[in-house]
Design a protein around this ligand. Structure first.
Ligand code: SAH
Length: 223
């Protein structure tokens, strides 16, 4: 693609991005920090060039290796849910994928840790973090089913792939009053849950906020 075409994508993207933000508001997203972070994050740079022109449609899109970048509304909803209980400095994301969700979070919180099991996806996401100047994201090629204990505890944990049940390790890596936002269940019957650790206890409160469809959380890593 020539640089002229690329500029074309950039020019239309500002307008179409603004239209997407309006759509998110219409669908009930009202956290100003979330809307601002999504306005500031160029989703077209987190997609392959062939799909970049569809970046500001409110749909999930393929990113290769059978995985998808989440629908913008779902990214907004999960980010809003994560922020709804307490201020967050340090967040873990399980399932880096394209890197888009991590980039949105990086505009809002001090430090984002993100893990991905498919190496080439992580490599591409890292290039995008560099290209977009995001320096507060630390990533690793590991199986996030067991979180990332080295940097725990986290004020918030967000999962963008669905386990069939909530992994204990993720609960154990929450700071006091920490918040876990996670899709849970088999592929055709998932619910998005917000799980909040009560103070510094091992008690957790749970709320289901939406029915969703995510790729499954798989064990092990792939090269
Ligand atoms: N947050 C991503 C969504 C990617 S889809 C984005 O904004 O684009 C979910 C991702 O979770 C996939 O890339 C998949 O490879 C990854 N994944 C699935 N199981 C995983 C596991 N156990 N550990 C880490 N990543 C996992």
């Amino acid at each position: 693609m020539s640089s002229v075409d690329f500029d074309g994508v950039g020019m239309t993207s500002r307008r179409t991005r603004e239209r997407l933000i309006q759509r998110l508001k219409d669908k009930g997203i009202d956290d100003a920090k979330v809307l601002e972070a999504m306005r500031a994050t160029p989703r077209h740079l987190f997609l392959d060039e062939a799909l970049a022109h569809r970046a500001y449609e409110d749909t999930a899109l393929p990113i290769g290796f059978g995985q998808t970048i989440s629908q913008p509304y779902v990214v907004a909803l999960m980010t809003q849910a994560l922020l709804s209980r307490r201020p967050l400095n340090k967040v873990l994301e399980v399932g880096t994928g394209s890197g888009y969700q991590a980039a949105v979070l990086a505009h809002i919180v001090d430090q984002v840790f993100t893990v991905e099991r498919i190496r080439p996806l992580l490599a591409r996401a890292r290039e995008r973090f560099r290209a977009t100047g995001l320096r507060n994201i630390v990533s690793s090629h590991v199986d996030g089913t067991t979180g990332w204990p080295a940097h725990a505890p986290y004020d918030g944990i967000i999962g963008t792939a669905a386990p069939e049940g909530v992994p204990d390790e993720l609960l154990l890596q929450l700071a006091p009053d920490g918040v876990l936002v996670l899709p849970v269940g088999p592929e055709n019957n998932q619910e998005l849950r917000i799980i909040v650790r009560v103070g510094d206890s091992q008690h957790y409160e749970e709320e289901v906020i939406e029915r969703v469809r995510f790729v499954p959380l798989l064990s092990g890593v792939s090269g």
